[in-house]
Ligand binder design. Sequence first.
Ligand code: THU
Length: 161
Amino acid sequence: MSQKKISFEITVYDSVIELSNDDQNLMSAAVEARSRAYAPYSSFNVGAAVLLENGEIIEGNNQENASYPSGLCAERVAIFYAGAKYPGMKIKAIAITAASLNHEVKEPAAPCGNCRQAISEYEFRQQEPIKILLMGETGSIVECDSLSDLLPLGFNSSFLN
Ligand code: THU
């Protein structure tokens, strides 16, 4: 029997102005996307912005549905659109931000489990880390170096071979 410890580091920024120019741009795109979210049922607006290897930024936001499970999170809207528009192109980073119409989101919004799995597919496929930037409406920004940090012991296609 052996025990192993899995740990990871995050970087916490007090404000967006502490981010690099590229990361500020990416987070601004996510904030803009957030403002266009379609979330009439939860009033919880999420925006995501994906930075591709060619420098293009692809945005997404949550798209809800009267049949609740038919809706989709912002992260998957963005990453699936990136995959649809530029199949196989590497993804450098994804910025995610959330704001509620009912309260101030002061903590960085963490992606749900389904979105972590969806992003991990792209990271595993490209064999290069995807940086994750998380932000609420106000407050600090959390940076993770890789999606795999957020999904330890994850499932990927290697299990299928
Ligand atoms: N949501 C996202 O867009 N991303 C997440 O990672 C968590 C949740 C959306 C789904 C739904 O439209 C609303 O937030 C409330 O759950």
